[in-house]
Design a protein around this ligand. Structure first.
Ligand SMILES: Cc1cc2nc3c(=O)[nH]c(=O)nc-3n(C[C@H](O)[C@H](O)[C@H](O)COP(=O)(O)O)c2cc1C
Length: 177
């Protein structure tokens, strides 16, 4: 066992599934790719996400009290990079990516048609965690694509993953079928 820096360590604990937080308030919306998320309760079903206060999506979640989580599949690596490196403050991410918003059942934020799965969350509680905010949301509805497919991951150089795209410090792939 050798002590290492925490940055170096994360290279060894991938893959990490990517999920998009989608939020909307008063007609403004954004898509924020996230690596940091987890299930936190079975009854009621809940998920938590960690979002930096600098993200426009953070502002929209606080204002609306809700968010959609949408899991991108293998065809959405470029869209993930685009949405994850620009802010919805000055970019219409739906227009640029051609992604299709679908009405959610309980909240304003849209589902995304091209994603493998979508779920609707209402913020139940939030807390500051260093330079991020953890939003824990109660899951109100869950949706799955007709042909779900694999979920996009950030990967390292280990075997077992199908490499898809490397750009801007991110390396994307899916688990080999
Ligand atoms: C693969 C990937 C994972 C990311 N994970 C997170 C995360 O867990 N939390 C976070 O706050 N930002 C994360 N980001 C950065 C945001 O997606 C990025 O800052 C985005 O442009 C914010 O958009 P917004 O300003 O429209 O909300 C990630 C980006 C990528 C590409």
């Amino acid at each position: 066992m050798e002590e290492t820096s925490h940055e170096a360590l994360w290279q060894h604990v991938r893959p990490e599934r990517v999920v998009w937080a989608v939020a909307e308030h008063e007609g403004k919306r954004s898509i924020c790719p996230l690596g940091w998320k987890m299930r936190t309760s079975g009854s009621p079903p809940m998920m938590a996400i960690s979002v930096a206060p600098t993200r426009y999506t953070h502002e929209l979640i606080v204002a609306s009290g809700a968010f959609v989580l949408a899991w991108p599949g293998r065809g959405l690596a470029e869209a993930t990079l685009f949405c994850g490196t620009r802010s919805g403050r000055d970019t219409d991410k739906f227009a640029h990516t051609g992604l299709t918003p679908l009405p959610a059942r309980h909240i304003q934020a849209p589902l995304i048609k091209e994603c493998v799965a979508n779920l609707e969350c209402r913020v139940a509680t939030q807390m500051t965690s260093g330079d991020h905010t953890i939003f824990a949301g109660e899951i109100l509805a869950t949706w799955i694509a007709d042909q779900p497919g694999q979920i996009l991951c950030t990967i390292d150089h280990a075997e077992g993953y199908e490499f898809l795209l490397e750009k801007g410090g991110y390396r994307f792939g899916v688990v080999k079928a």
